[in-house]
Write a protein that binds this ligand. Structure first.
Ligand SMILES: [Zn+2]
Length: 200
C-alpha cells in the first residue's frame, strides 16, 4: 500500500525513528514506540502499523500467512549489500519464525535502466552476488538491478512467496503522462517519498 506524503500518518514524522540504510531491525511492541536508527520493523501487535519511507530504494512488506506478524524493510543498495534481508531472517529464525510461512511484496523500486551507478559499485555487486548471473545483477553497463538482488535475498532466506508490486519509481507513468511514483534519482527530495505500511 502506498500513501502519499500528505496522508502520511504522524508516526512517520516522529524524529524517534530514522532510516539510515543500515540493517538494524526493531520489534515494535507499542504504538509510537521510539525506534531510533533502523531500517527494519516488525510487530505482532494488532493495530500498530509498521512502515518504511522510500523513493527508489526497495520497500519490502512481509507478512506471516496466518496474519499473526508483519514486517517492513527499507533496502537500498547499502542495506542490501550489508545483508539487511538475510540478517533480518536470521534474527527472526532465532525467535522461532519460519520464513516458509511468510510472504512478501517487493514494492515500487527504481528499475535497472534508470539506476546508473559507478563502475566500482557495479563490480562490487557482481562480486558480492557471484551466485547470481552477472547480467541479473548488472543487466547493462553500470546499471544495477536492486529488485533482482532483493528477490534473490528473499529466495535465499526461504520465503514461501513474493510478488513485485508497482513499477519503477523513476520511469513509470500514469495514463496522463505524469509520473506514477516519487523518485530521488529523478529529483524528488526527502519531503517527496512514499510510505509503505502494513498492519495486523
Ligand atoms: Zn525506470
Amino acid at each position: 500500500m502506498l500513501v502519499p506524503q500528505a496522508l502520511q500518518p504522524a508516526w512517520e514524522q516522529r524524529p524517534e525513528k530514522r532510516q539510515v540504510h543500515g540493517t538494524r531491525a526493531v520489534h515494535i511492541a507499542e504504538a509510537l514506540q521510539p525506534a531510533g536508527d533502523a531500517d527494519a520493523f516488525y510487530t505482532s501487535a494488532s493495530g500498530i502499523p509498521v512502515s518504511v519511507i522510500t523513493a527508489d530504494c526497495v520497500p519490502l512488506l512481509m507478512a506471516r500467512r496466518d496474519g499473526a506478524m508483519v514486517a517492513a524493510l527499507h533496502a537500498g543498495w547499502r542495506g542490501l549489500y550489508a545483508g539487511i534481508i538475510g540478517r533480518f531472517w536470521e534474527a527472526l529464525r532465532e525467535q522461532g519464525e519460519r520464513p516458509s510461512e511468510w510472504v512478501a511484496a517487493i514494492g515500487p523500486t527504481i528499475c535497472a535502466p534508470c539506476y546508473e551507478v559507478s563502475e566500482e559499485l557495479a563490480q562490487d555487486f557482481m562480486r558480492h552476488y557471484a551466485a547470481l548471473p552477472a547480467h541479473a545483477v548488472v543487466p547493462s553497463h553500470r546499471h544495477l538491478d536492486l529488485r533482482a538482488v532483493a528477490q534473490y535475498e528473499l529466495e535465499r532466506a526461504g520465503l514461501a512467496a513474493f510478488e513485485h508490486v508497482g513499477g519503477c519509481t523513476c520511469c513509470a507513468r500514469n495514463a496522463d503522462g505524469t509520473h506514477t511514483f516519487r523518485s530521488y534519482r529523478r529529483g524528488d527530495r526527502n519531503s517527496q517519498q512514499h510510505a509503505g505500511l502494513l498492519r495486523l
